[in-house]
Design a protein around this ligand. Sequence first.
Ligand code: SF4
Length: 355
Amino acid sequence: MQPEQLELFEITPDYRDHKKYREGIFKTKAQIKAELLELGRDRIYHVLSFGGGTQSAHLLEQHFQGLIHYDYIIFSDTGAEPQFIHEQVAWWQRRQQACGNTTPFIITHHSSMERGLEEMLMRYIHTDYQRFQMPVYCSTMDPVTGEIKAAGMMPRQCTVDFKIVPVKQAARRAVLELHGLGYRQQMPDNIGFIIDIGFSYDEIRRINTSQSPQFKYVRLAYPLVEQNETTAGSIRFLEDNRFPTRRSRCYLCPFNCDGARDIGMDWDEIIEAEPLSFLKACYFDQALRKVQRTGSKIMKSIPFLHYSRRPLDEVYAAEHERISAVHGAELNRWVSGWEAAIQKKWNPDELLIRA
Ligand code: SF4
């Protein structure tokens, strides 16, 4: 979204005018709470899904100021956040202490792939694992003429699988434990959860439901939408208070774009702040096409991390060459370490490709 569009949203946002609200897709917290109470779930736990970036940090600060109640703050590590996001999470933990706030702050991850998206990608690249969860840009090749054409994107499933579901599981585990129950036991009928997600009003299109598809007693709420707060507004709030303002995302996220889009998520930032992570992204970008060419994957489109549907190391050729000269050996050690880890944990007959 262009800055002018963000400004437009800032002039007249009102969630009640939005069709997502009118059609009952977006519900207010009061509505969600009333629904849970009607179902007899009168012990409601309030959870913040903390992403370490800007909007959920805005909610976290509202919690520290006593404006929103949370029983748990939960950060799910996707395994591919830049180090500066981990530092930002640590900053907010220190702020919590400084505020004297004692809400449990849980750090969690994907339940079977503990090392997150890097593990998913390495497993996909090296074994016969077929579930691909990232929104990569695709091209297709005409089988007769060999012509390559831009196609769509793979669905974005990683946010749900590596961020939202682990938060729900961690909240569930914490509450069961609190009630003296084991993880495999049933949630008592009177317990419900409202998990707050930090989408802003300008992201209301991303809201599809308030009901968790995995757990009937878990509901999702979006307090910033209810506050008619925009992404730009949250960033301004953080800036005005001199809080950290880096946007949360994975270093290899295909939604990273070039500096032209002034939303604080771009490849330049990764190149500057974390050159080795940029090399890792180039490795994944290349390896995904390499494994796709083996014909062993259900995905038949040609995947790219960069929206231009060109190899990342070509889009940033000069930067790639410069960084490879400094960090190339480190990258090779990282790849070998991963190959050994995949062989040990996922036990393929042989690795599909080698670096
Ligand atoms: S930041 Fe990008 S890659 Fe990471 S979970 Fe979200 S959509 Fe997926």
